[in-house]
Design a protein around this ligand. Structure first.
Ligand SMILES: Cc1cc2nc3c(=O)[nH]c(=O)nc-3n(C[C@H](O)[C@H](O)[C@H](O)COP(=O)(O)O)c2cc1C
Length: 157
C-alpha cells in the first residue's frame, strides 16, 4: 500500500481538497497469488481513510498469467485469464463484477465511510444500471465499451 498511498497524497497536495480525486483498484486480481476481496476490501478501507473521493472497482488484467511473448515483443496482460476478466467477454453474465463492488462497498460502509463506489464490467442495459443503484450494490455506474460503441448511451437512457 505504500506506493499508492504516497501517489494519492502527492496528487492530493497538488490538486487540493476541492478537486474530486479517486482511485481505481482491483476487487480481485484473478491470479493464483493475487488479491481477492479478502485483501481488496482492506485496501479500499485504507483508501477511504486517506480521503479518496471515490473508489472504482475493476478486476483482473494482471501480467502474472499472461502468455510468454515472442522474443522482442512486449508482454500482453490481456492474453491470460486475468486479462480476460478485466473487460468480460460475451459469455460472461452481465454485471460480471458487481459482486466485487458490492463487497467493497459493504466493507467501506461498515468501516464508517460514505465513499462512493463505482462498478464497471459488462453493464449493457440502463435497466441493469438502475437495478444495481437501487439495490445499493454500487453508487456510480462505470461504462467503457458501451460508451465506445455509443457515446450517447447515458443521454438515451
Ligand atoms: C480499450 C480499453 C482500454 C482500457 N484501459 C483501461 C485503463 O487504462 N485503466 C483501467 O483501469 N481500465 C481500463 N479498461 C477497463 C475498463 O475501464 C473497464 O473496467 C472494462 O472494460 C469493463 O467495463 P466495460 O464492460 O464497460 O467495458 C480499458 C478497457 C478497454 C476496452
Amino acid at each position: 500500500m505504500r506506493l499508492p498511498i504516497e501517489v494519492f497524497l502527492a496528487v492530493r497536495s497538488l490538486v487540493g481538497e476541492n478537486f474530486p480525486l479517486g482511485v481505481r483498484i482491483n476487487g480481485e486480481d484473478f491470479t493464483l497469488d493475487g488479491n481477492t476481496l479478502a485483501q481488496s476490501t482492506r485496501i479500499a478501507v485504507k483508501l477511504a481513510e486517506i480521503g479518496a473521493d471515490y473508489i472504482s472497482v475493476s478486476a483482473g488484467s494482471r501480467f502474472e498469467d499472461a502468455k510468454v511473448p515472442e522474443p522482442g515483443k512486449p508482454w500482453d496482460p490481456m492474453s491470460g485469464y486475468s486479462g480476460h476478466r478485466m473487460s468480460p467477454w460475451f459469455w460472461w453474465p452481465d454485471g460480471t463484477h458487481v459482486y466485487l463492488a458490492e463487497g467493497i462497498r459493504r466493507a467501506v460502509r461498515e468501516a464508517g465511510y460514505e465513499t462512493p463506489i463505482v462498478t464497471a464490467g459488462k453493464i449493457r442495459e440502463p435497466s441493469l444500471a438502475e437495478e444495481i443503484l437501487k439495490e445499493g450494490k454500487a453508487d456510480i455506474i462505470g461504462l467503457c465499451r458501451a460508451l465506445l460503441a455509443d457515446p450517447d448511451w447515458p443521454k438515451k437512457s
